[in-house]
Design a protein around this ligand. Structure first.
Ligand code: GLY
Ligand code: MN
Ligand code: MN
Length: 451
């Protein structure tokens, strides 16, 4: 293929993370590593889907973050201060026959030329070479327990070194969790990452607009899923960042509803939680709208409480504000709203204190977002909610879910489910919504659906 779209994943177009950014990440990581240490990162294994066919390959996120090399059967090694080269890659060799069947392989030459490895070797030589690199290092940084098969290999290499002790070999004495360092780095997004996340957000917003415009009673949930995922693919996204949720009516009350097989009924709401993955970065948007394009009075009442909760949460997102403030803001607005609607009864502060909202709002207001939809990074530091910092990206996703069999509430509320979810980047003095290009005010939704 000679004419790849400049936006196509896995090409080296303008829009991708630059090679020099990967180099800077490796430098940052190496500057945190102890002297005389080594980091070893394994590519993700391939996964069988059915007999001899495989799921589309997804590279290990740490591997991608540190070098962008996209192939399986690869290992990257960082050795700070090593004169002959600090960044080494083991990977599959080029193989004409294999490439005819399964596609392009970079080979060690490509790892050097295209990914800036100081040196690269065939993966089949790793048992010969890696023990020599591990020998004499004090510490090994790696993702302990992430891949049982790789843990086993690493232990075999270490055991081999131990067996050579009588000949003076020194096995590494300490193993350190690499994730601890890389995950903290990943939590703060660079300008290049934010650009990709804006694009993931824009494509996903377009997909939600398309679903709103396509909606009509009688369609099946999977048909709106198809509209959404068509839009992802059409704009060069890899695909959904997680299995799309399209829940009509009471199905919206099932938080992780992914069957998407039911018919969409006149008079029901439909809750769609779907976001694409674009050049390794996820978007995560939820919109809830009436299948027939018109909110009923009870639907509108619940919807407006959730929308107000989200607006209040945005006001609690800025550098220096604790991560959980946005969550607390949504709990306040939702509890007050449920009391106003007569769904909860009592003093709002008492209800909040005893978590009465949990029956109707049983998840938190959001999570970190990045290369993983539920991205890495701690939420608490020393047992306290951490403060937000510019460059963090998170979702804001309050919801109200009223179980269809909840006999304690008036019948008009039963089976209603509303979630509204957007993605924000923490900026210097607040936050920027990167998924705003799909309506969420009721009148705007109704206008788009009528157009
Ligand atoms: N789509 C999963 C979530 O919203 O967390
Ligand atoms: Mn979501
Ligand atoms: Mn989410």
């Amino acid at each position: 293929c000679t004419e790849l779209s400049p936006m196509a994943p896995n090409t080296r177009g303008e829009s991708m993370i630059a090679i020099k950014e990967y180099a800077a990440r490796r430098r940052d990581l190496m500057s945190m590593m102890e002297p005389n240490s080594i980091a070893v990162v394994a590519s993700a294994p391939e996964k069988v889907r059915s007999k001899d066919t495989y799921y589309p390959y997804k590279q290990d996120a740490t591997f991608t973050y540190l070098c962008g090399f996209p192939e399986p059967s690869a290992v990257m090694v960082l050795i700070p201060g090593r004169e002959q080269g600090e960044f080494l890659v083991f990977c599959r060799e080029k193989d004409r026959l294999k490439e005819t069947w399964d596609g392009f392989l970079h080979g060690p030459e490509g790892a050097r030329d295209d990914y800036a490895a100081d040196d690269a070797f065939p993966i089949i030589d790793i048992d010969e070479i890696l023990p020599g690199l591990l020998e004499g290092r004090g510490r090994v940084y790696y993702d302990i327990g992430k891949d049982a098969e790789f843990d086993k290999h690493l232990m075999e290499w270490i055991t081999n070194i131990r067996d050579q002790r009588a000949r003076g070999a020194v096995p590494p004495g300490e193993f350190v969790d690499l994730g601890y360092y890389v995950n903290e780095m990943r939590l703060l997004k660079s300008a290049g990452e934010i650009k990709l996340m804006r694009r993931a957000g824009a494509i996903s917003a377009g997909a939600h607009r398309r679903a709103m415009q396509a909606s009509q009673p009688g369609l099946y949930e999977y048909q709106l899923q198809a509209e959404i995922e068509h839009e992802f693919a059409f704009h060069g996204a890899t695909g959904p960042a997680y299995t799309s949720i399209v829940g009509g009516g009471r199905n919206g009350c099932i938080l992780h509803y992914i069957e998407n097989r039911c018919r969409l009924l006149d008079g029901d709401l439909v809750l769609i939680d779907a976001g694409c993955e674009y050049l390794d970065y996820a978007a995560d948007i939820t919109r809830t709208f009436p299948v027939n394009g018109h909110f009923s009075a009870p639907q509108a009442a619940v919807y407006d409480v959730v929308l107000a909760a989200q607006a209040e949460a945005f006001r609690s997102i800025a550098p220096g504000i604790a991560y959980n403030c946005a969550n607390e803001a949504t709990i306040s607005v939702i509890t007050q709203g449920l009391v106003d609607l007569g769904i909860l009864d009592g003093d709002v502060d008492d209800l909040i204190a005893r978590g009465a909202h949990r029956e109707f709002y049983m998840h938190n207001a959001g999570h970190w977002l990045g290369m993983d939809v539920h991205d890495v990074g701690d939420y608490k530091v020393d047992k306290s909610w951490r403060d937000l910092e510019a460059g963090m990206v998170l979702t804001v996703e309050p919801g109200i879910y009223i179980a269809p069999d909840n006999l304690n509430v008036d019948q008009q509320w039963r089976g209603l489910a509303v979630r509204i979810e957007d993605n924000v980047v923490v900026t210097r003095n607040g936050c920027e919504q990167i998924t705003a290009d799909v309506p969420k005010e009721r009148v705007e939704i109704e206008r788009l659906m009528a157009s």
